[in-house]
Ligand binder design. Structure first.
Ligand SMILES: [Zn+2]
Ligand SMILES: [Zn+2]
Length: 85
């Protein structure tokens, strides 16, 4: 299947300062666009959409945000423990 230019209409605008994947977007390599799409395949060309970051910078960013979330959870757990004592 080929690109039918549907992607141009379906294309979701990039949220600045945020990773594409963090925003739940998927990338089509053939159409070279990001979608806010729940399916596994591109609605335009039918190619499988990429869901996980392959880009090193995106990976690092995702890792960092996960790390921050874990730290935040740790902090909350510590506070709860202190209250219980
Ligand atoms: Zn397309
Ligand atoms: Zn596509």
């Amino acid at each position: 299947m080929v690109c039918r230019n549907l992607c141009e209409r379906l294309y979701s605008k990039i949220i600045f300062g945020k990773s594409h994947y963090e925003g739940g977007k998927k990338y089509c390599r053939r159409c070279e666009v990001y979608y806010c799409h729940t399916g596994v395949f591109c609605p335009c060309c039918g190619m499988a959409l990429r869901m996980s970051p392959t880009n090193k910078r995106d990976k690092e960013r995702l890792r960092q945000s996960q790390l921050r979330r874990e730290e935040e959870q740790d902090r909350i757990i510590r506070i709860i423990k202190r209250i219980k004592k």
